[in-house]
Design a protein around this ligand. Structure first.
Ligand code: BDR
Ligand code: CA
Length: 352
């Protein structure tokens, strides 16, 4: 089955996606001060991968999460905000503020196709009650974009953005504030798929990956922004594998976070014991913590924003080609030590 048959694979993938964690690879060294990060996400509780990616970040002392910014993607932005607040409450990390972002991509319109494939980015329906009820703490009144700009202005060249949803918030900050891009230390992005590398099929159209496809114009602005970029495309996530064995290991550890995973994923995993799924957003976080987990190569990258059959497709090559004069050199992950990644993920997610 083609990987782009995303709607069919989605439930399975999200389950596997949700459950990754890593052993304590100390790429940074114990004495380095934690990297300041902003976590930009189309969040939902497990089995959504954004949720276990956040758990991994919370359990990584190498990272200092200044705030979570939400965006429409996998679901509505309202759900992203509500579920992020709830997971932070369960993790007893309500000190981390949540800022709500865009409820729609810039230009991508709802179509019949969009409503049939994965994701409710086109909807404004009210969020479902998360497990255990809505979090007591609300989102901040400041918007995601205003927070991104304010935080980066206050911490020039110190903040790494972890972007694991459509890039609407980040692209708007770039467009809204002159000089913003120059003051961002780095952005690590789960997005894209490259036909010029192995395993480069898309997961929502034949060549387009979901996050880039939801807001292709925003993805292009971020890629061309000049911010140092590390991309986690489908080429590398397709080499990851989350199975019931890993799920069992995780839920055997009885912590508030693993209890949440058990509650939201358990029934599905028990029904599908042979399940295997990819881990997307978790790999972006893991490779930020320990870059030795992945192999990367520098490619000139751009995004197709023509509203045709290739809308949202990412392209990459080792040189600029005709028509891609705007392409920018980006570090692209293409291989991963999948076992070490899974071990790190599992160890960290289960830690008390
Ligand atoms: C990406 O799409 C989202 O649904 C996942 O959370 C991940 O960020 C994979 O294409
Ligand atoms: Ca995501």
């Amino acid at each position: 089955m083609g990987q782009w048959k995303y709607s069919v694979l989605r439930a399975v993938s999200l389950l596997a996606i949700t459950l990754s964690l890593f052993p304590a690879a100390r790429a940074q060294g114990p004495s380095a001060s934690p990297t300041k990060v902003i976590f930009d996400t189309d969040f939902a509780v497990p089995p959504q991968d954004d949720a276990t990616a956040l758990m991994l970040a919370l359990k990584s002392p190498e990272l200092n999460i200044l705030g979570v910014t939400t965006v429409a993607g996998n679901d509505t932005v309202q759900r992203a905000t509500s579920d992020a607040l709830r997971v932070l409450e369960i993790a007893e990390r309500t000190d981390i503020p949540v800022y709500e972002g865009f409820n729609r991509p810039w230009l991508h319109e709802k179509t019949e196709f969009a409503t049939k494939v994965h994701g409710k980015w086109w909807s404004d329906e009210a969020p479902p009650m998360p497990p255990g009820g809505f979090a007591k703490k609300k989102a901040e009144s400041e918007s995601a974009v205003t927070f991104l700009i304010r935080a980066v202005e206050r911490n020039p060249n110190e903040i790494t953005i972890i972007a694991i949803g459509p890039l609407t918030n980040v692209a708007t900050a770039i467009r809204q504030k002159a000089g913003f891009a120059k003051k961002v230390k780095k952005i690590v992005i789960m997005g894209g798929a490259f036909a010029s590398l192995a395993d480069g099929s898309g997961n929502v159209t034949p060549n387009a990956e979901f996050n880039f496809w939801v807001d292709p114009e925003a993805a292009q602005v971020v890629i061309r922004s000049g911010i140092p970029i590390v991309l986690t495309p489908l080429n590398v996530t397709s080499k990851t594998d989350f199975s019931k064995a890993s799920y069992d290991k995780i839920v055997a550890a009885d912590t508030p976070l693993t209890r949440l995973i058990k509650q939201t994923m358990g029934p599905w995993v028990e029904k599908h014991p042979t399940m295997h799924s990819q881990m997307y957003d978790q790999l972006t976080v893991a490779a930020l913590v320990d870059p030795t987990l992945v192999k990367t190569k520098d490619l000139y990258v751009d995004v197709d924003i023509n509203h045709g059959p290739d809308y949202g497709t990412s392209l990459g090559a080792d040189r600029v080609w005709e028509g891609a004069e705007g392409a920018v050199k980006v570090s692209v992950q293409y291989d991963v030590d999948a076992n070490r990644f899974l071990q790190m993920f599992t160890e960290r997610i289960t830690s008390k």
